[in-house]
Ligand binder design. Structure first.
Ligand SMILES: O=P(O)(O)O[C@@H]1[C@H](O)[C@H](OP(=O)(O)O)[C@@H](O)[C@H](O)[C@H]1O
Ligand SMILES: [Zn+2]
Ligand SMILES: [Zn+2]
Length: 225
């Protein structure tokens, strides 16, 4: 875990370097991969990104917002569960009030508005739309919404189900029969029914992770020649 957070920190510094003129997309996408693969906790990542947003250098703050935007677009509910909260939205509201850089302010408004649109059918992230409404009453001028800004990659690993028995063989979990999760379907299995591993490129997971028998068969069935 420590090695991954240090590589995350290095990638974030690289992606937000004030020496850059253009976003460092390879570094940004590697950051998203680390989060999606669970190599770095989304909470840790967002705290590190927030420090960049408050950097006095507007270039660093803008690149930080670019990283944040990509994480929201590519890391699914791992990130949405964190940024879709009243607490995180308060932090962005404060940033809009405190920054002296108009491009930082406008980028934050653009992002909050795009997320509110993307989450318009998700009551779980109600705080985002509430924040847009509050900021509008406070006189914030939001840019014209570009629906393309609110398109998120749908393919993110499923949330993990819970259960007292194996989803495949129904054996009861206990001290001697530990739970495990398949990263492809998110279901809970015994060790015997989830003993195999596979990469999950469709979820941006390039390393071998635990999968159940059924998902292993699907992921590794020979493609018809
Ligand atoms: O070993 P435990 O202390 O029971 O903890 C379990 C392991 O962390 C499993 O990880 P794994 O799927 O990578 O095995 C996880 O899927 C289960 O939800 C946890 O309960
Ligand atoms: Zn089983
Ligand atoms: Zn599975």
């Amino acid at each position: 875990m420590f090695r991954s957070t240090s590589s995350f920190d290095k990638l974030l510094d690289k992606a937000t370097s004030n020496l850059r003129l253009e976003p460092d997309w390879p570094a940004i996408l590697q950051i998203c991969d680390l989060i999606r693969q669970g190599d770095v906790q989304s909470k840790y990542a967002l705290i590190a990104i927030k420090k960049k947003l408050y950097n006095a250098n507007p270039h660093i703050a803008m690149f930080g917002l670019q990283v944040l935007e990509s994480c929201v677009k590519n890391c699914g509910n791992l990130i949405h569960d964190e940024i879709g909260t009243k607490q995180y939205m308060e932090q962005l509201r404060d940033l809009v009030k405190s920054t002296s850089h108009d491009d930082v302010k406008n980028k934050v408004l653009e992002l909050i508005q795009a997320w509110a649109y993307a989450f318009r059918n998700s009551p779980k992230y109600r705080a985002v739309q509430d924040t847009v409404n509050i900021m509008k009453t406070e006189g914030c001028k939001f840019p014209v919404l570009k629906e393309s800004d609110a398109m998120f990659s749908a393919d993110t690993a499923p949330e993990w189900a819970d259960g007292d028995v194996c989803h495949r063989c129904r054996v009861q979990f206990g001290m001697m029969q530990r739970k495990h999760h398949c990263r492809a379907c998110g279901q809970v299995f015994c060790g015997h029914c989830s003993s195999k591993t596979s990469t999950l490129p469709k979820f941006g997971i390039e390393k071998e992770v635990r999968v159940c028998e059924a998902c292993y068969e699907i992921l590794n069935k020979p493609t018809s020649a």
